[in-house]
Design a protein around this ligand. Structure first.
Ligand SMILES: C[C@@]1(CC(=O)O)c2cc3[nH]c(cc4nc(cc5[nH]c(cc(n2)[C@H]1CCC(=O)O)[C@@](C)(CC(=O)O)[C@@H]5CCC(=O)O)C(CC(=O)O)=C4CCC(=O)O)c(CCC(=O)O)c3CC(=O)O
Ligand SMILES: NC(=O)C1=CN([C@@H]2O[C@H](COP(=O)(O)OP(=O)(O)OC[C@H]3O[C@@H](n4cnc5c(N)ncnc54)[C@H](O)[C@@H]3O)[C@@H](O)[C@H]2O)C=CC1
Length: 221
């Protein structure tokens, strides 16, 4: 089975061969992650034409040739022509991450079904066994983890920096992070207020600990 990772593609060249519906789906995902997308296709979906016209992606209006892959970090072969997709696979250098939309067994990686909520990503993969099931589960999880998780995760990102700065004790930090992660905390909604309270409590605890450490054990002997 595959090893799940979050790949950093920001600013890196991603070449997508093909401009159809499948290419459009992959390109949307790559753009969301900040990749430098270049599409190779003689014809493209209106959505992709618009992205090219807006300068969001590069578009070489032509059929595929091997040198199109020069400088690519990641390559997606997404044409509707098996032979062209195979030619892309052959042209890819070792070290270029390769996805071929009609040959799962030849891919370096598969693209999962994805939910984004601020810094939270939920990805569902069936390793090609059933993309339709990946899609269904993604839709179910979208209901369970709604848009409200975006703001919550953004708050947690800020809170994390504060806790790391202000709580010196590792156990105390762990206790706090777990409290912030609880669903009851999320639902309560008054996050900043609650965080301030939890921080004060943690400081009180560490203060008590320091007091105890300060006491001279000999005094009580
Ligand atoms: C191996 C993989 C390679 C890759 O593309 O990375 C691959 C391969 C193939 N897909 C095919 C078909 C369909 N793909 C979808 C949808 C998605 N496909 C995606 C990924 C993947 N597809 C990778 C495995 C991911 C995994 O299994 O977890 C998703 C998750 C992500 C994305 O593409 O962005 C996205 C859902 C996004 C979402 O909704 O969230 C639908 C559903 C629909 O359109 O309603 C159908 C029709 C129904 C069906 O076939 O199940 C075919 C057969 C074509 C044919 O019939 O010939 C092949 C080739 C083959 O199987 O040989
Ligand atoms: N992995 C996945 O998620 C899925 C994969 N598929 C597979 O993906 C293939 C593509 O599907 P769609 O995007 O719906 O097809 P489509 O017909 O909408 O688009 C095909 C694109 O390939 C381009 N193309 C054809 N020959 C080319 C060449 N020599 N060089 C560059 N571009 C070329 C066309 O101009 C067009 O833009 C299907 O044939 C199927 O095998 C289908 C569904 C899902």
């Amino acid at each position: 089975m595959g090893y799940p990772v979050m790949l950093q593609v920001r600013g890196r060249r991603a070449v997508v061969v093909g401009g159809g519906k499948v290419a459009a789906r992959k390109i949307r995902g790559l753009l969301a992650a900040g990749a430098d997308v270049v599409m190779i296709a003689p014809k493209a979906e209106p959505e992709l034409q618009a992205l090219a016209a807006a300068g969001m992606i590069g578009w070489r209006v032509k059929t595929f040739a091997p040198h199109d892959l020069d400088g690519a970090f990641l390559v997606i072969a997404a044409t509707n022509d098996r032979e062209v997709n195979e030619a892309v696979a052959q042209a890819a250098a070792s070290g270029q991450l390769l996805n071929i939309v009609d040959a799962p067994e030849q891919c370096d990686f598969h693209v999962p079904a994805v939910i984004r909520r601020g810094p939270l990503t939920i990805a569902v993969s069936t390793e090609g066994a059933s993309p339709a099931v990946a899609r269904r589960i993604r839709r179910e999880l979208e209901e369970r983890y709604g848009e409200e998780y975006g703001a919550y995760l953004e708050f947690l990102q800020r809170a994390r920096a504060i806790v790391l700065r202000e709580v010196a004790d590792a156990e105390g930090r762990k206790r706090l992070f777990r409290a912030l992660a609880a669903d009851s905390f999320r639902q309560n909604g008054r996050w900043d207020e609650e965080l301030a309270g939890l921080l004060a409590k943690e400081k009180e605890r560490s203060g008590e600990r320091e007091d105890r450490n300060d006491e001279d054990p000999n005094v009580h002997c």
